[in-house]
Design a protein around this ligand. Structure first.
Ligand code: GLA
Ligand code: CA
Length: 694
């Protein structure tokens, strides 16, 4: 398509006068080239089966201090704690081979744990706590290093699956004989409790937005064996569900302690249930490698090794190698500072404001930390609330804004008022930031440049679009007003929701406010901390929102249901009203059809075509206002071994999953004395503190 026809079709699609661009309007162009920035370190590509398999070994071992618990009769022998066929990591696939036990990974995080009821919506404070505590049916973080011919989710709690001949059913076989960290058996009942009383319960909003729609409309799941569940679908072979069974959307909780407190089985309200396992509830049973044993508010969360962890290396050593995990409760910016200084061990360098200083310090040969940049997968967009049929009961002002948000000229005006070069440079100078039109990221596998539409910065064009949307500064105060019949012709006033926990979010939001002011649109910031922001967003109390994007725009495969409102509760920029109705705009309905077709097909060429269509619809119609995209860097203390080369800080999942922490170790001569509870193991659920040493 040449430039002219692309501009003309853009005009047609957004319903402007056929084929005519008004004189002042500047039409769409292709995306300006991004500065070259090479990722440092290539992954070593392998097949999934090269990484691990499930099998019995002749014998197993554990740290000496754990054997002492066994000798004292406080813990069954390791072979009895493990499943008959544990998940066995191949040491040949480990970057530095078999590890040794000991030491701690000291994380620093900016979030705060609300409690351990992850499956009922409690945040753990992010930064890898939840990733390390909750294991999911499948796993996707390490897929960055999987050969494309073998690309599919890795088994995890689900050790295998089989499609029925007609593709309408999927039989999932769970690992058999694995135990929760308190020794209780893990089985299909845990999955049934998660599915029936969380996924299918409309009163519960799990984190990361899992709902029935995540698994396809009409999908059911039932127990078909002690260690087996069967999904039944309404379309044949929806392989995308295997990605939805990974981190975030299918990580069951311990039904043996949770079910009795669920409103279905008790007098508890949903609020009571959600708060039933507060952060000071210790030894919450997990399937993950580390169990919470200490919590000090605004200070630290400490996790100790799970003596029942069901993964081993092929020499028989029970994993994890690291005895402890720390999460210092601080700020995200402090995570970068501490990681480069060596007082913390790990950071996803993702706030561009910190790049220059972090790079300078890491370049020093004596720096305690390694820093490696990956692909440009950190990106921000501004989203508009499109629900005009009642979601969140908007007042008159909010309703007027939502109707404006649904106006194509208004959205084009907004996107053309954003100077993305200036915005990127306000974060960091240098070759990092790219002008990002929104939608699928450049450089990722489903991206197609020819299907991506970019509306260049032009205040004249923005003004013309705003005029076409019916806005004019009727009172001469420099801000555009609604037409006389809307809110009495008052100034347009928009609230912009953004996260205070990250300086980048705040800086971008302030940039939007300033640029909109230059274009005559009055925007007021609503800056909230993560947990409050989520609650505000989920109840629909926002007009616009600046957001760091998730993996839907990188891998597509990981979260395709986030791409468009395919269900009443899947896309928070457009949620259904109380009656379950979504008032889709026409192009949005096309996006929904495209995403549903993508989910329903497994044909690679068809998928690629469908994502081209999606990207065109998204960018041509300014479904979101892309702001900036840039690369992130993994900062990790040099004493750690088995960090996979080329591990991106974000792709299918965050680096806390990608680096496979249960295989990470510290060589004996590099071990530091960071354990806060050496010689101890987690005790009984709810009990204060860890089990004492022998
Ligand atoms: C936060 C951080 C990310 C990553 C994730 C993990 O969002 O900003 O870098 O650590 O938590 O969930
Ligand atoms: Ca005005």
């Amino acid at each position: 398509m040449n430039l002219f026809t692309r501009v003309a079709s853009a005009a047609l699609l957004v319903g402007m006068a056929p084929g005519v661009l008004s004189a002042q309007m500047v039409g769409a162009t292709s995306v300006p080239p991004a500065p070259a920035f090479d990722a440092q370190g290539e992954p070593v590509f392998v097949n999934r089966a090269d990484v691990f398999e499930y099998r019995a070994l002749d014998s197993y071992s554990e740290p000496d201090f754990v054997s002492a618990f066994v000798a004292a009769g406080k813990l069954p022998p390791v072979a009895e704690r493990l499943p008959a066929e544990p998940l066995v990591y191949s040491t040949a696939n480990m970057p530095d081979g078999a590890g040794v036990y000991g030491d701690t990974m000291r994380h620093v995080i900016g979030g705060r744990p609300e409690g351990w009821n992850y499956i009922a919506g409690n945040s753990q404070g992010w930064g890898g706590i939840d990733i390390g505590m909750y294991e999911c049916l499948t796993r996707t973080g390490p897929l960055f290093m999987i050969n494309s011919e073998d690309l599919a989710p890795m088994p995890n709690l689900a050790k295998g699956w089989e499609w029925s001949e007609d593709g309408m059913q999927l039989v999932v076989n769970l690992i058999e004989g694995a135990k929760w960290s308190d020794g209780d058996p893990f089985d299909a009942d845990d999955l049934v409790f998660y599915w029936d009383h969380h996924v299918m319960d409309p009163e519960i909003t799990p984190l990361n937005g899992a709902s029935q729609d995540t698994f396809g409309p009409g999908t059911t799941m039932a127990k078909t064996g002690e260690f087996q569940v069967t999904f039944t679908f309404t379309t044949p072979r929806p392989e995308a569900v295997l990605y939805s069974m990974a981190y975030g959307t299918f990580c069951p909780g311990p039904s043996h302690i949770m079910a009795p407190l669920h409103p279905a089985n008790s007098e508890n309200s949903y609020e009571d249930y959600r708060n039933a396992f507060p952060p000071d509830y210790m030894n919450f049973p997990v399937m993950g490698a580390w169990v919470p044993v200490e919590y000090r508010s605004d200070d630290i969360v400490v996790l100790r090794r799970n003596p029942y962890y069901w993964k081993v290396d092929d020499t028989g050593q029970q994993l994890p190698y690291l005895n402890e995990m720390h999460y210092r409760l601080s700020t995200w910016a402090d995570r970068d500072v501490q990681a480069v200084a060596g007082t913390g061990d790990f950071s996803n360098l993702e706030q561009a404001e910190n790049y220059v200083e972090s790079l300078r310090r890491a370049a020093d040969a004596d720096s305690p930390a390694r820093l490696a940049f990956g692909p440009r997968t950190i990106g921000y967009s501004m989203y508009m609330n499109y629900s005009a049929n009642g979601w969140g009961e908007p007042d008159e002002r909010r309703q007027a804004i939502r109707e404006l948000n649904r106006n194509a000229d208004f959205r084009m005006g907004v996107t053309q008022a954003v100077d993305r070069v200036r915005m990127g440079e306000s974060l960091v100078k240098g070759p990092f930031t790219a002008q990002y039109p929104g939608g699928i990221y450049a450089g990722t596998s489903f991206y197609d440049e020819g299907s991506t539409v970019f509306y260049p910065y032009s205040l004249e064009s923005a003004a013309a679009h705003f005029a076409a949307a019916g806005l004019a500064d009727t009172d001469g105060d420099g801000f555009l007003n609604h037409p006389a019949d809307v809110l009495g012709g008052a100034n347009v006033q928009i609230t912009l929701l953004a996260n205070t926990d990250y300086s980048t979010d705040g800086n971008l939001a302030e940039g939007v406010v300033a640029m909109m002011e230059e274009a005559g649109i009055q925007v007021v910031l609503n800056m909230l901390s993560g947990n409050d922001l989520d609650a505000t967003r989920d109840s629909g109390r926002y007009d616009w929102m600046v957001r760091r994007n998730s993996s839907e725009y990188i891998t597509v495969l990981q979260r395709p249901t986030d791409l468009a409102p395919v269900g009443p509760q899947t896309a928070w920029m457009h949620m259904a009203n109380d009656a379950g109705e979504i008032d889709l705009m026409d192009f949005e309905a096309e996006m929904v059809d495209t995403v549903n077709a993508f989910i329903a097909t497994n044909d690679p060429e068809e998928r690629a075509e469908l994502m081209k269509t999606y990207q065109r619809l998204h960018t041509e119609n300014v479904y979101s206002v892309g702001l900036t995209a840039y690369p992130g860097a993994l900062i990790i203390n040099k004493r750690f071994s088995n960090i996979p080369p080329g591990a991106p800080i974000f792709m299918y999942n965050w680096a806390e999953d990608n680096i496979i922490r249960e295989r990470v170790f510290v060589a004996a001569d590099a071990q530091a004395d960071h354990e806060l509870h050496p010689g101890t193991l987690p005790g009984a659920p709810g009990s204060v503190g860890p089990m004492m040493a022998n």
